[in-house]
Design a protein around this ligand. Sequence first.
Ligand code: NAP
Ligand code: G3P
Length: 462
Amino acid sequence: MSNSSRYIDIHCPYKPLVVGRVPAMTADEAGSAVLSAERAQKLWAAVPLHERAGLLYAWADELQRMADEIAEFIMLEVGKSRAAALAEIERSADLVRHTAEEGRRLGGELIRGDAYPGSKPGKTALIDKVPLGVVLAISPFNYPVNLSVSKVAPALITGNTVVLKPPTQGSISALLAARALHRAGCPPGVLNVVTGRGADIGDVLTSHTSVRCISFTGGTATGRAICRKANMIPVILELGGKDPAIVLEDADLQLAAREIVSGAFSYSGQRCTAIKRVLVAEPVAEPLIELLRCGIERLRVGSPEEQADITPLIDTQAADKVSNLIREALDEGARLIIGNRRDGNLIYPTLLDGVTERMRVAWEEPFGPVLPVIRVRDEEEAIRWANASEFGLQASIFTRDVQSALAIAKRLEVGSVQLNRRTERGPDHFPFLGIKSSGLGVQGIRRSIETMVRDKVTVLQE
Ligand code: NAP
Ligand code: G3P
């Protein structure tokens, strides 16, 4: 609730419908949410770890009980198919359970002083892992539940309390996930959800002196702005990407095409880890492009309610951006293989050949269903193209030669390299990170837990 009596209507991205409305909280209310989290934190940290884990298990169960209801709102708010929305809930419940298990294993450390020359005999350091305090979690529209839960769960298991600022488009889904946590028995003040435009309340939250850690997923520009505002605290950023699929001459082209189509076009390309360019060895470019074309032709385009693969983008601005990238590339000489049709915010899956370095589509993240193909002479040229990007999230390499794949992987400036598979974040207990403009810090269940605690050292002298 907000005292301002101002609300934001949430419009469905694929049909004329107001899905619901959420309070547009004021800056003062956002500040109060942080203080509420701060007040609750010490009590929460004092709750025995197995009880905190118990709450997470109960949350996972509740998420599954509410799966149909939450999935319906994910579909309506962000235009994801019902099946994909249900998969998001299932994945979130798994993540919460695994976080509870992993969190229970987080022990401290004991270091003996006599291992170091000159140390007084009998000195011992006990290193405990203690919570940071209030964690500010900010999530994006494309996984409004999963990318909220993946920040909230590690914070709670480690004894932190949370202020969650969900994406405006996706707020209702995130609020339902929060309701599931409260139904599971979460004490007051432990999770505080703040709704409202990031542009209006973001600064108050990110610069608040009681916030002790920020975990953010979203666009690179927003991530940079948050870094500038933050108060000398750990900031974890999952940002944009321009993940290349490198296809070498000896690749299994059928496999590569299947993985690339799925990697580039699932949820209409609105994934940070989507394959966003193909770097293909010239001798196999023609057959690969034909296989990609056939794969794209089979994608169903339409409404998420009909289980379409390609659905309208989140808003008109997003669709305009993709259209402009396509139009400019075609004006500059790219060859259209398939696509370039638009119906409102629905962009048909588009494949472009002959993309050159002068074209914006070669470098920018479209966050939509367009895939540029860049033909390269050899591995060296592929690596040069891959590393010339400002982004460094993931890359895929398709080849039958594992040795050469490993050698290339070593030289790619990205967080993760996938061999003969599409780029993707999961499984969620793997470390997940981006470098350069793609992020800061590491996530993945274990790493997220480690980020949300600090060492507390007590030195004993016998
Ligand atoms: P976004 O515009 O950066 O928004 C992300 C979140 O930040 C939203 O909750 C937004 O709130 C909030 N926000 C906006 N301005 C803020 C500010 N000044 N201070 C604090 N918070 C602020 O990103 P998006 O459009 O939701 O998502 C698309 C982008 O996210 C793409 O670039 C994509 O690659 C990236 N992404 C990356 C990953 C990854 O794992 N690397 C995952 C998903 C998405 P409002 O909704 O109210 O504006
Ligand atoms: O864009 C969200 C990012 O975390 C990717 O997740 O599972 O689609 O690879 P995923």
